[in-house]
Design a protein around this ligand. Structure first.
Ligand code: SAH
Ligand code: SF4
Length: 358
């Protein structure tokens, strides 16, 4: 079985040639699957019927993730899908709409994709980390998540503008399939998304970060730091001992040097754990003069005993960073009411807890 969303344009041409058809049929298929979003091979009506039959007989498929649940926030700014893969495993994918805050800026439609079913990193505050690791996702399964939303937006006369690898799983632990998906999604003959509109978020796998820096891609990098020292970080990220905080900061610096893209550090703020003014100071000193940006993410409470700090506490943390001239934003909250924290929807469905699900 080969999913058509796995093939690069050159591979598509090769395949069409092997089937005995002319090259332009490859362009037709590419146009269909990246602009029209057919559900099945037989929906590509401009292809000869015999060609469609041959594709199916030769084991080609289209779109390896079927939508089983969809929930939207009341203002429709966040849409979350639960998708079922061919082996019946399920993953989440989210669409977020960011309305312009300034004049002359456009609405952004950002898709957040998953790269693994579950995650082996086991972060103690993360719903995905608590389910354990099931398997890596294939590039076509990652691409199909974006296609689901491109199709949904097309009905509204809009399109996907940004992509973040911040769903379930650790993207750099599924490196080859992640890169293949990025190359497909940015290929002008395939989905054609701008490289600079993509951000990969990692828990800080240093070897993966330096490999990514050498890819000749202009994608953004976000590193999930969560703590300014190794002792505290190990409480939140059990696998943290593999890469120390200072190694991670250094690899972010190297990424910037080699790609020219500034690195964002993500920091999930957890009440009474990593949210004190003292820890804010330690973090500020760690990143001082680094030109880095910190994205504070007030915790989305999932499993476990962790909770979100009060607003006052969050502002206080932010103020300490500002005083040290550290660029910092508090993540605009999206979809808390629809369980948009990574891994939450799947956890709810598997537990059959959420009565709101259609
Ligand atoms: N594995 C990658 C990408 C997926 S998680 C990583 O860890 O970076 C994307 C972001 O969501 C990470 O910064 C992660 O720390 C954060 N996150 C996970 N669970 C969360 C929760 N319950 N509340 C707030 N942020 C969370
Ligand atoms: Fe995995 Fe990221 Fe969740 Fe950690 S925060 S368990 S790395 S998905």
């Amino acid at each position: 079985m080969t999913d058509l969303y796995r093939l690069f344009p050159e591979e598509m041409e090769e395949m069409v040639k092997k089937l005995g058809y002319e090259r332009f049929r490859a362009d037709q298929i590419l146009h269909y699957i990246y602009k029209e979003f057919p559900k099945t091979i037989n929906d590509m009506l401009q292809l000869p019927a015999a060609m469609r039959e041959k594709l199916i007989a030769d084991g080609y498929t289209l779109g390896s993730a079927k939508q089983t649940h969809m929930i939207q926030s009341d203002n429709e700014d966040t849409v979350k899908l639960l998708l079922e893969l061919d082996d019946k495993k399920s993953v989440e994918t989210v669409l977020m709409r960011y309305r312009p805050l300034k004049l002359n800026t456009k609405t952004r439609h950002t898709v957040c994709v998953s790269t693994q079913v579950g995650c082996a990193m086991g972060c103690t505050f993360c719903a995905t980390g608590q389910m354990g690791f099931e398997r890596n996702m294939k590039a076509e399964e990652i691409v199909t998540q974006v296609i689901h939303f491109a199709n949904l937006l097309k009905e509204r006369g809009e399109h996907v503008t940004n992509l973040v690898f911040m769903g379930m799983g650790e993207p750099l632990a599924n490196y080859d399939e992640m890169i293949r998906a990025i190359r497909l999604l940015t290929n002008p003959r395939a989905f054609g998304l701008g490289q600079r509109h993509i951000t990969v978020s990692t828990i800080g796998l240093v070897s993966g970060i330096s490999k990514l820096a050498g890819e000749d891609l202009q994608i953004g990098l976000a590193v999930s730091l969560h703590a300014p020292n190794d002792t505290l970080r190990r409480r939140l990220v059990p696998t943290a001992s593999a890469n120390s905080v200072s190694e991670i900061i250094e690899s972010g610096r190297e990424y910037f040097k080699r790609t020219g893209r500034r690195v964002t550090f993500e920091y999930a703020l957890i009440e009474g754990v990593n949210d004190t003014p003292e820890i804010a100071n330690e973090l500020a000193e760690l990143l001082d003069g680094n030109g880095s940006h910190i994205n504070l993410i007030p915790l989305n409470p999932t499993a476990g005993d962790f909770s979100r700090p009060a607003k006052k506490r969050i502002l206080e943390f932010e103020r300490v960073l500002y005083r040290h001239n550290i660029n910092c934003t508090v993540r605009v909250e999206k979809g808390v009411e629809i369980a948009a924290a990574c891994g939450q929807l799947r956890t709810d469905v598997l537990n059959e807890k959420d009565a709101n699900l259609p």
